[in-house]
Design a protein around this ligand. Structure first.
Ligand code: HEM
Length: 971
């Protein structure tokens, strides 16, 4: 404050002290060590000047003094101010002039000096003429660590030992406190012999002192602790990418109400469109109980830890807090009617970010919601660097850096962005980081995060949900819960469901400008409508229509899914309208399709096209690309790329044709992630066939072609290549054509089997469930027949899969031969079924049981699901059957590790998953591990896990989309 000049509006509490430590007016180590301490708290939001003012509050209060009201918003000076700190040898005339310059009267000067000199001492090192070296330091009063009025009472009583009043200072004219206090005949200092007058006056005067600021600085209202304050609230995308974890604390001021009287704190959030849609979560709220209490000078605070899961499909925009008390009463806090903002638009991903504190190497990963990902995305780093000045200024400089972030993988409705930055100066742990999409008032940001929270190594994100457009949950209906300021708000939001009579759904002939266009099947191997997709529990026809604004068609499916498109895929067929029989999740009076059935609406009311949708060619799997034929959807290899013959070629305008040209001469080409192209003559170990539906990313350069997905290759194989050898062997370099592609025809017999027809897969179970294998490049009818020797049936599917069984599941049905149209991966002249379609062969002589295909006797032994599994190695861990569980939505139910083996047993899977809490066996030959079941994985009847393990026919290993899940009970 000292150099303030009220006439010029310069100086004051502006942090310039750091530049004035060697100017002769501020001697002693006190200022320097104090500034050094405050420097740890210097940030873009807490300038040194505010920290100095806060220091006055803290020191006075911690010595028992009054609460000095604290207003903030000071600005730091960048250089020294003018001189003018009062020195003990100055005359009373000078003192009065100096205090007048700072805005204080002669009386206020006396008050202020006495208020200051109730604490501390005069030191001989700095003032040897005042305090002899032998004394060291001389306290201003007998209680120099107490903020009390002894400084005045002892002075008035004549017992003071104040070195600026008595002793050596008198002879050298440095008895400044005497000069000040006696300047009005001791009138003012005498008033301070009243403790209350001293305390109250000092409270006001010290506040005025720290509010001496340069012109142009506007201070806030005095700050006070909130009754309820969210602290460190952070979203983090969970493994798999379908949900966020919301963490942090709700701090509740417990000064007046003891923490023990609070039963719990309930946080209720709004989805990203301000509604109450929580995706698959039952409620949009989470309950927290007290974790601990912290105590300040005047307040205590209870901390309630928040840990909630928020589906990415619904997102979050804000939340409110209800504090529930033990006596049954509650209070709601809604940030003064504004709700506490919490945006899912930009999210710092701490697990994938890291800081090496020594060298200051910072890597930041963040997610930007796909509807904002085209905005410029920047990393902001606010960091400190030592000044290294000749005068040893202890306060570091505050720097701001902005680094453009680079777009990375798309995971569900979000896209990763990352950037690296080297924080110079060795103080990297004090940095703050922010991630911002866009700029100015409309920017989206996750800001002011502590770099010190980051670990030393960056984790990798595992399990990426399929890239998707951002879903907009329906806008809140009239049943949304009103925000009330009453003190008896219910702890949880009331559900809008009630016990009124069940409404019955009915077909709506028109919705907005669209007319009902019947019930249609999904496409084969592709979505019937592939323009955009949405899924949420509160689906209504109206919200789907809004989601699909601009499209010619939209349709609801499964009660909660919505698809849009400008044409209907040619493989979608009209179905009886009774089959679209599921009520909409968000409106029980409307129909929203059913499983594999679309409730279709079209724009014919407003456009001139015909009332019945005309199926047209659109996005679909391409059976051939030049000389290459489609093999299937293939995973990457273990620890390496599935195809590693040539450097990856990545292009935003990727098409299958471009990749085929790039890979000319190679046996295989595969596209991935919509924009990457890989070539090779063989598939590396660990690459296994995946459902073709998992290759669902559109090629960047052709909206009608698929180019794989994350970790999924859209795999093509040269048609004119020898069909011998397995995919993992380097067999396919010859270009001699052993099997011309032109003669594709149905094969009536594959001895001893005869062709039965084209059959559908079972519902919830494989049609042939005894044994299976898949081969990306050598599936032939003969190979499958040999594999299934001894079984009554074999069937080939999807060009590359082979199934065996003695019974055909009762839910499998005869289908049109046209559905079984895929050439075998190992013999393009033979048919090997199609998506969800088996090319079925039967050997009548193989079984003595009835030849009826409906509910024939099961072969012996019937596989069973054991209640427990013991791993023989790994210390013999014990596992208990958890249930038969579906895969999760858009992500594996257990996604931590995967194994596929034709020798799979439950024990082998248990051992493979030894480091995890759960294992699950699926499709007879696949094994998955995880520590929790991902969202959307639901338990179904144990009977649905009906496939025998490939390596042990006596026990069950799940089935298609069904996991036999076991949980570890003894490690
Ligand atoms: C005429 C005006 C003033 C003069 C001449 C003066 C002079 C001094 C001197 C010589 C010291 C000893 C420093 C040392 O040995 O380290 C001192 C210490 C101190 N002064 Fe003042 N002062 C004045 C006004 C104030 C005011 C207005 C305040 C605050 C409201 C204040 C607060 C303090 C405190 C807290 C100390 C103790 C520092 C320690 O223990 O390290 N002074 N003052």
């Amino acid at each position: 404050m000292a150099p303030h000049n009220k006439y010029f509006g310069t100086g004051g509490v502006d942090g310039s002290l750091q530049f004035e430590l060697n100017n002769g007016e501020n001697t002693g180590p006190g200022h320097r060590t104090t500034l050094q301490f405050y420097a740890n708290y210097l940030t873009s939001r807490s300038p040194m000047a505010d920290l100095i003012a806060t220091g006055v509050y803290a020191s006075v209060r911690s010595c028992g003094g009054p609460v000095v009201p604290l207003r903030l918003g000071r600005k730091d000076a960048t250089s020294a101010g003018s001189a003018g700190v009062p020195q003990p040898q100055n005359s009373i005339v000078s003192f009065r002039q100096q205090f007048d310059r700072m805005g204080f009267t002669a009386t206020e000067m006396i008050q202020l000096v006495a208020c200051g000199h109730t604490l501390g001492s005069v030191h001989s090192t700095e003032f040897p003429q005042i305090v002899p070296e032998s004394v060291g330091q001389a306290p201003f009063d007998t209680t120099n660590a107490q903020f009390d009025n002894k400084v005045a009472t002892e002075y008035v009583a004549g017992t003071t030992k104040n070195a600026l009043v008595v002793g050596a200072s008198i002879a050298v004219g440095r008895n400044s406190d005497f000069k000040v206090y006696s300047s009005d005949g001791n009138a003012t200092i005498s008033t301070f012999t009243d403790a209350a007058v001293f305390r109250n006056t000092c409270q006001a005067m010290l506040q005025r002192m720290i509010e001496v600021v340069p012109e142009g600085v506007t201070l806030t209202e005095p700050i006070a602790p909130y009754a309820v304050k969210p602290v460190d609230m952070q979203l983090t995308l969970n493994t798999g990418g379908t949900s966020f974890r919301l963490t942090g604390f709700i701090r509740v001021r417990t000064t007046e109400v003891p923490a023990s009287s609070i039963e719990n704190v309930v946080l209720t959030w709004k989805d990203r469109s301000g509604g109450n849609s929580c995706g698959s979560s039952a409620t949009c709220s989470t309950t927290a109980t007290l974790q601990g209490v912290s105590t300040g000078f005047d307040d205590t605070f209870g901390f309630f830890p928040i840990d909630a899961t928020i589906p990415t499909a619904a997102g979050i925009s804000s939340f409110t807090i209800v504090v529930n008390y033990e006596d049954g009463s509650s209070e709601e806090y809604d940030n003064n009617g504004n709700s506490y903002p919490m945006s899912d638009a930009v999210v710092l991903q701490k697990p994938q970010s890291c800081l090496l504190q020594g060298p200051g190497d910072l890597t930041v990963s963040a997610l930007v919601r796909n509807d904002h990902k085209d905005l410029p995305v920047n990393l902001g780093v606010s960091y400190l660097t030592p000044r290294n000045t000749a005068d040893g200024n202890p306060v570091p400089a505050l720097n701001e850096a902005t680094v453009e972030m680079v777009e990375g993988d798309c995971v569900g409705q979000y896209t990763f962005f990352s950037a690296s930055f080297n924080i110079p100066g060795g103080l990297s742990f004090n940095s703050r980081i922010s991630v911002t999409a866009g700029s100015g008032a409309t920017a989206y940001t996750d800001d002011f995060n502590k770099a010190s929270d980051l670990g030393g190594t960056c984790g990798t994100f595992t399990g990426g949900a399929t890239c998707a457009v951002v879903t907009t949950p329906p806008t809140p209906s009239s049943t949304s819960v009103p925000v009330s300021s009453s003190t008896s708000v219910p702890a949880t939001t009331t559900s809008s469901s009630s016990s009124t009579a069940e409404p019955t759904p009915a077909i709506k002939p028109t919705v907005g400008g669209y007319v009902f266009a019947n019930c249609w099947t999904e496409g084969t191997g592709t979505r019937a409508l592939s323009g955009a997709a949405f899924a949420y529990d509160e689906m209504t026809l109206e919200s789907c229509m809004t989601n699909c604004t601009g499209f010619d068609y939209w349709a609801t499916e499964y009660g909660r899914e919505c698809y849009c498109g400008n044409n209907l895929h040619s493989s979608s067929t009209e179905a009886p309208v009774e089959e679209c029989n599921m009520a909409c999740g968000g409106d029980p009076t409307e129909f929203c399709g059913a499983g594999n059935r679309l409730e279709l609406y079209s724009t014919t009311a407003t456009r001139t096209t015909s009332a019945t949708p005309t199926p047209t060619g659109s996005l679909a799997v391409k059976p051939t690309v030049g000389d290459y034929t489609f093999v299937g959807c293939q995973t990457e290899a273990t620890g390496s790329r599935a195809l590693s013959g040539k450097d990856v070629y990545a292009d935003d305008a990727m098409t299958l044709e471009l990749c085929a040209t790039y890979c000319a001469g190679y046996t295989y080409f595969g596209t991935e992630y919509g924009r990457e192209c890989y070539c090779g003559n063989s598939l590396n170990t660990g690459s296994v066939s995946a459902p073709v539906t998992e290759c669902n990313m559109v090629c960047g350069g052709d909206p009608y072609e698929y180019c794989g997905a994350g970790n999924r290759l859209e795999l093509y194989r040269l048609s004119s290549v020898s069909t011998t050898g397995s995919p993992s062997s380097e067999a396919a370099t010859t270009t001699t054509s052993s099997t011309p592609t032109a003669t594709l025809s149905r094969t009536p017999t594959v001895s001893p089997y005869t062709h039965v027809g084209c059959w559908t897969e079972g519902t919830g179970a494989r049609a042939l469930g005894a044994k299976t294998y898949a081969s990306g490049d050598d599936m032939t009818l003969e190979n499958c027949a040999a594999f299934c020797v001894g079984y009554r049936y074999f069937g080939t599917e999807y060009a590359a899969e082979c199934y065996c069984g003695n019974v055909l599941h009762a839910s499998s049905a005869n289908a049109s031969l046209a559905d079984c149209a895929m050439p075998c991966s190992g013999n393009p002249a033979q048919y090997c079924g199609g998506p969800d379609r088996l090319e079925l062969y039967e050997n009548d002589a193989a079984s003595t049981t009835t030849t009826s295909t409906t509910n024939p006797d099961p072969p012996a032994p019937t596989p069973t699901q054991p209640a427990t599994v013991s791993a023989t190695t790994q210390g013999g861990s014990q596992w208990e059957f958890h249930g038969c569980v579906t895969e999760a939505t858009g992500v594996r139910a257990l996604g931590a590790a995967t194994l596929a083996s034709d020798e799979l047993t439950l024990e082998a899977c248990a051992e493979f998953c030894a480091a995890h809490q759960f294992f699950g066996a699926e499709y007879g030959r696949e094994c998955y591990c995880g520590d929790e079941l991902a969202e959307g994985a639901v338990e179904v009847s144990a009977a649905e896990c009906s496939m025998a393990c490939a390596g042990d026919g006596g026990v069950l290993c799940g089935s298609g989309n069904r996991l036999s899940v076991y949980e570890k009970v003894v490690v």
